[in-house]
Design a protein around this ligand. Sequence first.
Ligand code: QAP
Ligand code: CO
Length: 175
Amino acid sequence: MAILEILKFPDPRLAQKSEPVKDFGPKLEKLCADMLETMYEAPGIGLAAPQVNVHKQIVVIDIDYESSEDEPPVLSNQNPRIFVNPKIVKKEGEILFKEGCLSIPGEYEEVLRAERVTVEFQDVHGKSHSLDAEGLLAVAVQHELDHLDGRLFIDRLSFVKSRSMKRRLKKEAAE
Ligand code: QAP
Ligand code: CO
């Protein structure tokens, strides 16, 4: 097991699109284990492979925290979920959720998402699954799948808010 380095905004590698996973095997299992360890150590509730500079369609999520309101979240019971080659096939309703991101530490803003999603994905062995998610899990799935398209939650704010936040973060990163 290993803790991986998490890329931080404005690293341009976060904007890269991720490729589908074709090889299922021990290398994929090791990467998923390392991603989970990295997420728990942060601590976070979701991590996408491109955040650790692996541009493959892999996401790990664990929303089972004592209080999801805590920022950063407090870890309680572990319920790791691994999504390989995930696709959202259905979206319903709307939810406004104050999101954060391990690649944008210390920043939290409300983002509008679907309240319920159905996600089709493969597990580490390549077996196909479908999951109906709602609330925090649905938000986490949408946030993490955005990473696979090179998109961050700050790209989903109003134009004015998004631009001013990116300018400030770029300025802070350059200091
Ligand atoms: C994505 O986010 C997410 O700023 C996962 O200083 C966000 O784990 C899923 C974190 C909202 C569902 C709802 C953020 C840790 C963790 C920070 C995270 C920080 C330390 C963010
Ligand atoms: Co994120």
